[in-house]
Design a protein around this ligand. Structure first.
Ligand code: ADP
Length: 191
């Protein structure tokens, strides 16, 4: 349980992982299959839409959010009222920016580097960006960031290498949601 977590009726779930590991795919299926309404927030898209970045980095072909600067506090201000309601999935390739009190579950998706390379190539990423992301996946960057930012018991590492993984991961998260709600005395029709 997150420190100082407010009493939410619906949980806030972070789905994180190196780009291409399947965050958006998982978040979309989870939003469809969840027994409670869950809003999927693709944080990267939000940053772009609301211009919460410090500009577009041509070399990396991505928007820059400097964690120590105004861009990160603008992003958190934008998200705070949405997150405080609960019932959300935060989908982003990094997670340490989100305060502990916001988060009930952190799912870190993993993928072997050959498959990840192919996914990022298909996406048309420049070679340098594919290499950097692949290296980050091999070096456990996101899982270590999650483990150092949140209580051990709320961080879950899941493989995302095929549709069987996708389906079993989503049903596992659905079961977690049902247990989370039950623990707090909420009764859902299909739990
Ligand atoms: N578990 C999975 N099984 C099969 N394909 C997957 C899986 N996870 C992701 N993919 C595929 O990999 C690509 C990248 O997935 P996406 O969800 O966009 O990743 P992310 O949001 O982490 O960048 C998509 O084409 C998606 O269909």
């Amino acid at each position: 349980m997150a420190i100082d977590a407010p009493s939410r009726r619906f949980p806030a779930i972070v789905i994180t992982g190196t780009p291409g590991t399947g965050k958006s795919t998982h978040a979309q299926l989870l939003a469809e299959e969840s027994p409670i309404p869950l809003k999927h927030i693709n944080v990267g898209d939000l940053i772009k839409e609301k211009s919460l970045h410090e500009g577009f980095d041509e070399e990396w072909q991505s928007y820059t959010v400097d964690e120590d600067k105004a861009s990160s506090s603008c992003l958190l201000d934008e998200l705070e009222p949405i997150v405080s309601e609960g019932g959300i999935i935060l989908d982003w390739h990094t997670c340490e920016l989100f305060p502990e009190r916001w988060v009930d579950l952190v799912v870190v998706l993993r993928c072997n580097h050959t498959q990840l390379w192919e996914r990022l190539e298909k996406r048309g990423y420049p070679l340098k960006k594919i290499q950097e992301n692949n290296e980050a996946e091999i070096m456990d960057v996101v899982i270590e960031e999650a483990r150092s930012s949140y209580a051990e018991e709320i961080v879950v590492e899941l493989q995302s290498e095929g549709t069987e993984d996708l389906e079993s991961n989503v049903s596992r998260i659905v079961q977690w949601i049902q247990a989370w709600r039950k623990d707090r005395g909420f009764v859902d029709a299909d739990s």
